[in-house]
Design a protein. Structure first.
Length: 277
């Protein structure tokens, strides 16, 4: 198999920019296989200077699985498969917290494709962190302890914060009924590589199961702070034509809310088929 693009690693643990590939063109099986291999290795892939519309994003997503209609939030008119992020005051929308998307689901999304449409002159970067590297940097004693624990993930917190920030999320009761709180292991193994990874995040993880509340709160505080370690991260400055594909299962991300001009992004979510274990 001949790889038709080049790959530039952007940090030690996470992130690579792929160059020389046109995402709007038809990708063959070798292209998709090569991108998958890059995704397994780097977890987040960055593409510059792309001319992709909503249909091209959906076509790209379907190479990796079926499209998941996002649990809540806006979408393009007449097309629920393409999420619409259209913001000028993003401070309270929940994206400026480190999180893995939709871990309140029994099978969280495989990944996400995000494309820049309109960007502010300053601000709006997005950062990603490796849950693999976060686990690897812990001591063997802490790793052993965490591997025996599970945690509860709940959609309620982000919904209430969004409402408090003036955002419309539909019926909170209906969303809660559809996705009641669920437990996942604190440490999971990636379904393709088998690598262990932390699987808690500050948006959806509410407590560690089976231990006193004070101990749960202290442990989660430590883990949430741990993912903020700069060495675990890569930061991306968006430009017009930028597209990012990331593996949602083994990463967390943070959208910087440091802009006051309009920022429009199109998002396609790739459905998951893996129950964290």
């Amino acid at each position: 198999m001949t790889q038709r693009f080049s790959s530039e690693r952007l940090s030690l643990h996470i992130g690579a920019e792929l160059k020389g590939i046109d995402l709007a063109a038809a990708l063959d099986a070798d292209d998709v296989s090569a991108i998958r291999e890059q995704l397994r290795e780097h977890h987040v892939l960055f593409f510059r200077d792309q001319q992709v519309d909503a249909e091209a994003l959906k076509t790209l997503a379907r190479h990796f699985g079926s499209i998941d209609v996002h649990a809540f939030g806006r979408h393009l008119e007449g097309d629920p498969e393409v999420g619409l992020l259209d913001q000028t005051k993003p401070e309270k929308d929940g994206a400026n917290r480190w999180h893995t998307d939709s871990t309140f689901m029994p099978q969280p999304p495989f990944g996400t494709i995000l494309a820049a449409v309109t960007l502010p002159d300053i601000g709006g970067d997005t950062s990603w962190a490796s849950n693999h590297a976060a686990y690897d940097r812990l001591s063997p004693q802490i790793q052993e302890m965490l591997c025996k624990l599970s945690a509860t993930h709940d959609v309620s917190g982000p919904l209430l914060r969004a409402v408090a920030g003036g955002h419309s999320v539909g019926s909170i009761d209906e969303v809660r009924a559809q996705w009641p709180p669920i437990s996942h292991p604190v440490v999971c193994r990636h379904p393709e590589t088998g690598r262990p990874m932390l699987f808690v995040n500050s948006n959806f993880t509410t407590h560690i199961n089976g231990i006193p509340e004070a101990e749960s709160a202290a442990l989660l505080k430590f883990l949430f702070e741990h993912i903020r370690t700069p060495e675990l991260q890569v930061r991306f400055r968006w430009q017009e034509g930028s597209v990012v594909l990331w593996d949602n299962r083994c990463t967390q991300h943070y959208a910087s809310a440091d802009y006051q001009e309009r920022r429009i992004m199109h998002r396609v979510t790739i459905a998951g088929s893996w129950a964290p274990n």
